[in-house]
Design a protein around this ligand. Structure first.
Ligand SMILES: [Zn+2]
Length: 365
């Protein structure tokens, strides 16, 4: 009897065990949480006059904020995306809400069938514009609140989690340095921070001429034992990727889809075994790729690159990782074997320690 091949539509992709390496904790806050906390704390008062009577109707209010907070179709401008992030950023104004957001992120990962998740966040982005927040709100508090939320969730759900610290390239350098010092100190002296923070990342706008400015930070993180991943080659050319490799020597790249524009960069990445954290829907919504049919993920796998499938900013993009599995299965014929291969590559490239990897290995053999 031949092997029974299940059609991709009959497979429960939500229940399929997954590893996710690229998911922004501060870009993935539930709409209900934003509304609940934002309304209680007066963050959305400016919308009261704009919405008039509708402000008092939970359904209409929900609808209004859904349009404002979520990117539901390919964006017209970068401003659209920044606006969504800005509203989410507004409500992150104290330790309790950060702990809640971290807890819910892990819960969402569990509900997405994820066995090992790496969640990334940027304390400098979270703190921006909050100097006058009523709660204690320094960089150490931000980092500790997030770790506390993750720890609570790990007690409730069987899931392995690592955190990645992000430097937002376009924000204030003085603040980036301040936060850097706090993190280095915690990585030296705080056991819980040491076990939770497993990597460091550079994110947002990529500046070709400013790469050297961030090199000392990245070197410090590497020396402190963190894995290095860099957002690069998302909407920028393969030249940016080459320079990223030379400057930071990262183990992993966030997106990096433009690697496919240049044979030499592909060869270099294969040789160095660089891992690419690929996020198809995010690339389509930010217009880095026209459609899933034209997305280079399959070509990347066929070229021998190490690749994983990721959701990037699930709540802002109104998706989850299961959605990405369904999309790739239904539109570009990924099957169980393809996902198995992607998850194996993700697990191999994860920054969490071997003991935690060992615990989830059974799901990916
Ligand atoms: Zn990202």
């Amino acid at each position: 009897m031949g092997k029974i091949v299940k059609s991709s539509t009959s497979i429960n992709w939500r229940a399929t065990p997954k590893v996710e390496l690229h998911r922004h904790l501060d870009g993935s806050v539930r709409l209900e949480t934003i509304l609940d906390h934002g309304l209680k704390n007066g963050h959305f008062e400016k919308f009261r006059s704009l919405l008039g009577e509708n402000f008092n109707s939970p359904e209409k209010r929900q609808d209004f904020f859904k349009q404002k907070l979520k990117i539901l179709k390919p964006m017209e401008s970068l401003e659209d995306v920044l606006n969504s992030f800005w509203l989410t950023q507004q409500i992150m104004d104290g330790p309790e809400i950060l702990e809640r957001i971290a807890f819910e992120n892990v819960e969402d990962c569990f509900l997405d069938g994820i066995k090992l998740a790496e969640l990334r966040f940027s304390p400098v982005f979270i703190a921006e514009g909050k100097k006058h927040a009523k709660n204690k709100f320094d960089y150490e508090t931000i980092i500790q609140s997030i770790i506390s939320g993750v720890e609570k969730a790990k007690k409730k759900y069987p899931i392995e989690v690592g955190l990645i610290y992000i430097i937002p390239r376009s924000l204030n350098m003085v603040e980036i340095k301040k936060c850097h010092e706090v993190l280095l100190d915690l990585l030296k002296n705080d056991k819980l921070v040491q076990s939770n923070i497993v990597g460091a990342d550079l994110a947002d706008v990529e500046f070709y001429d400013r790469m050297d400015e961030f090199k000392p930070f990245i070197n410090n993180y590497r020396n402190a034992g963190l894995g290095i991943t860099i957002h690069s080659g998302e909407n920028t050319s393969a030249d940016f990727l080459k320079k990223t490799f030379e400057t930071y020597n990262p183990q992993r790249i966030g997106h990096g889809i433009h690697v496919m524009d240049d044979k030499k960069t592909i060869d270099m990445s294969v040789k160095m075994q660089t891992h690419f954290e690929v996020c198809p829907t995010s690339n389509i919504l930010t217009r880095c790729s026209e459609s899933i049919d034209l997305h280079p993920i399959r070509d990347m796998i066929n070229a021998g690159l190490s690749v994983s499938l990721n959701s990037d900013d699930p709540h802002i993009m109104n998706i989850d990782l299961t959605h990405e599995y369904e999309l790739c299965a239904s539109k570009i014929n990924f099957n169980e074997e393809t996902f198995k291969k992607l998850n194996k590559m993700a697990l191999d490239s994860s920054f969490v320690d071997s003991t935690r990897k060992e615990k989830v290995k059974k799901y990916f053999n």
